[in-house]
Design a protein around this ligand. Structure first.
Ligand SMILES: [Zn+2]
Length: 373
């Protein structure tokens, strides 16, 4: 006789708990459809509602429920992030890199929160700023991988772009590599600021800006932000690892790590947030509904690529220059990593999930249809 066991999530998952408790708030036709879709899938991840696969040995049968691959799912997101980091690590050349971070004043955050089409342009604008600086000042082309982050530690909408940039660049005329180029922070932030103000003015003039406040007020705001000094950071790294770890962490994951959630009680969520200026941890408390709305702002729109590549790394250019750059840098091109096997992805088991309790291998039997729950 088969003994049948079901394999679903048993680990505590505060984010899923918040979704379940707050479903009356987001699971309706008035809510943002992309967020609702992502939340629905995340809520069902690895449950009978997702369907699954049955594996069996002579003595045992086991059901593995399907994963959801939703951007709101902490476990699928964790998995997707690791795959992405491994894949980028192998694709990008070894050697020194820079991280260039371009930010904007908080008075403009809300405009980008309301205008997803405009915020989708931010990585491209960051790449354009960095590439033209390298071309004009140093006559070289660099590789740029900008990553848009839309949140801060309190889950508020704070759009900013972290870019991974090759520390050197390929000279326009030939195949010579300039090993280290200097980026002037002030010059970078100046062109970034001009371009951001310009796209906002353009959208305002053509009536394409979704906004709160009058046109006159926004014009005033843009004029004063144009005169103010914005902030940019340039950091250098020996390799790409740090950037992939730090900036890639939320590329395909929810914008908050589960351990930061301290308590969910009486309709309130309490979570940790690091105050970077004062260098200490503080607690933030808000209602479940407010938490979900903050989270929802950071769910990517369907079919939007989260990370694109520019300059030397541009998809059309990279295959033509990659071999030469690896030779110049004297590093080896790594083969594309194999996707980690499904048995590793499916659950964090002790040991191999496809061995029964007598250590006999279990074989795939059939798919299990999703059940209406
Ligand atoms: Zn999932």
């Amino acid at each position: 006789m088969h003994k049948r066991s079901e394999v679903s999530v048993s680990r505590r998952s505060p984010l899923r708990e918040i979704l379940i408790l707050g479903s009356g708030h987001w699971d309706n036709d008035d809510y943002d459809p992309d967020s609702r879709r992502a939340f629905l899938r995340a809520k069902k991840c690895k449950t009978a509602a997702m369907g699954g696969r049955i594996f069996a040995s002579e003595s045992e049968e086991r059901v593995f429920y399907n994963t959801c691959k939703s951007p709101a799912c902490p476990s699928c997101g964790h998995w997707a992030t690791i795959q992405w980091q491994r894949e980028r690590f192998c694709a990008l050349p070894d050697g020194p890199y820079l991280e260039i971070t371009l930010t904007m004043p908080n008075t403009l955050w809300d405009i980008f929160a309301r205008n997803p089409r405009l915020r989708g342009k931010l990585p491209e604008i960051a790449a354009r700023v960095i590439r033209s600086y390298a071309r004009v000042r140093h006559g070289v082309e660099v590789g740029v991988m900008p990553v848009l982050h839309t949140f801060n530690g309190e889950l508020l909408f704070k759009p900013h772009v972290h870019s991974l940039v090759t520390a050197g660049g390929l000279q326009a005329a030939g195949s010579r590599w300039n090993p280290r180029i200097f980026f002037d922070r002030g010059a970078l932030v100046g062109s970034w600021q001009r371009l951001i103000i310009a796209i906002l003015r353009d959208a305002l003039e053509t009536g394409q800006l979704e906004l709160e406040g009058t046109r006159h007020e926004i014009e005033g705001l843009l004029n004063s932000e144009e005169a103010r000094e914005w902030i940019a950071h340039v950091r250098s790294f020996k390799g790409k690892e740090h950037f992939l770890q730090y900036c890639g962490r939320y590329v395909r994951r929810p914008p908050i790590a589960q351990w930061r959630i301290i308590a969910i009680e009486n309709g309130l969520v309490k979570f940790w947030h690091k105050d970077k200026r004062r260098k200490r941890w503080i607690t933030v408390e808000c209602t479940i509904e407010v938490f979900i709305d903050r989270w929802s702002q950071h769910i990517p729109k369907l079919y939007r690529h989260t990370v694109r590549h520019f300059g030397l790394f541009a998809p059309r250019r990279w295959p033509r220059v990659a071999a030469a750059i690896f030779t110049i840098l004297g590093t080896k091109q790594r083969p594309r990593p194999k996707r980690l096997p499904w048995a590793v992805a499916v659950q964090k088991f002790r040991g191999n999930p496809l061995l029964d309790r007598y250590s006999q291998p279990m074989k795939f039997v059939r798919h299990l249809a999703a059940s209406a729950v």
